[in-house]
Design a protein around this ligand. Structure first.
Ligand code: COA
Length: 258
């Protein structure tokens, strides 16, 4: 199973489960997550959702670079649109609170998944960032929009253009995560947080989530459309070919800017 679903005490825990690839999101994993999210969305007994990664090293280390390396401009655009529809916007639009328990690397699509969730907590070993420009790409799963919402435009510009990785402490300082807990207790703490949500009115929570989201909706939907278009354009560049082949060959890229 590329992702697993457990339900207990009105809380669903969804775990991305490709530990040998640091839980990188390929299409099949995104489909598996979408099926489980649809199930918990419709399950009246479930009142809060936790998303985490399997193993002790990664939450999600990004989109699967091996899968996207061979795509062209249209393929890149379709990948971003489909991913946003099936997973990232879907999570953000869930009518129940979704907590990301970031248990390690949350890079690229991994940070984008965490940022689609309503609340984020992390373990001390977490490393968070959007390294797409190091691959000749830009974030394509909502990162250009949601990072600026969470940390402000100036810090988002720095993170995106330097492909930098933040420590959990730094992420806490910038409001990218709300709390840090030891890795051994992270899931328990996520459940405790969810426990405070499941005793509230599910109807009121649904309305609250919708109201908060509505404040960002218009600029975000315009921004996401642009993000998908620019993400797609990157797939036509030599830099993209260099960046992805360098990653897969485990060498440093040498970009020419075309
Ligand atoms: N896509 C596909 N495979 C990935 C991946 C990704 N995003 N991230 C990690 N993997 C794979 C590696 O290729 C490796 O596979 P292999 O054992 O078959 O060679 C395995 O996961 C373990 O990763 P590795 O790089 O050996 O671990 P590390 O501890 O040396 O480095 C990271 C960890 C997270 C720094 C590094 O894996 C990395 O930079 N990943 C890509 C991050 C990224 O750019 N994400 C954005 C994608 S758009």
């Amino acid at each position: 199973m590329l992702s697993t679903l457990e339900k207990e005490n009105h809380i669903a825990v969804i775990t991305v489960n490709r530990p040998d690839k640091l839980n990188a999101l390929n299409s099949e994993t995104i489909e598996s997550l979408n099926a489980q999210l649809r199930e918990v969305k419709d399950d009246k007994d479930i009142r809060a959702v936790i998303i985490t990664g399997s193993g002790t090293k990664a939450f999600v280390a990004g989109a699967d670079i091996a899968e996207l390396a061979n795509l062209d401009v249209n393929g890149g655009r379709e990948l971003a649109q489909r991913g946003q529809d099936l997973l990232f916007s879907f999570v953000e639009q869930m009518p129940k609170p979704v907590i990301a328990a970031v248990n390690g690397f949350a890079l690229g699509g991994g940070l984008e998944l965490a940022m689609s969730c309503h609340v984020r907590i992390a373990s001390p070993n977490a490393r968070l960032g959007l390294p797409e420009v190091s691959l000749g790409l830009i974030p394509g799963y909502g990162g250009t929009q949601r990072l600026a919402q969470l940390v402000g435009k100036g810090k988002a510009m720095e993170i995106i253009t330097t492909a930098g990785m933040m420590s959990a402490e730094e992420a806490l300082k910038w409001g990218l995560v709300n709390h840090i807990y030891d890795q051994e207790t992270l899931l328990e703490e996520a459940k405790k947080l969810a426990g405070k949500m499941i005793v509230q009115s599910p109807t009121a929570i649904r309305h609250a989530l919708e109201a908060v989201r509505a404040g960002y909706e218009h600029p975000q939907s315009e921004g996401l459309k642009k993000e998908i278009a620019h993400f797609g354009q990157c797939f036509g560049s030599e830099d993209f070919k260099e960046g992805t082949s360098a990653f897969l060959a485990k060498r440093k890229p040498a970009f020419k800017g075309n």
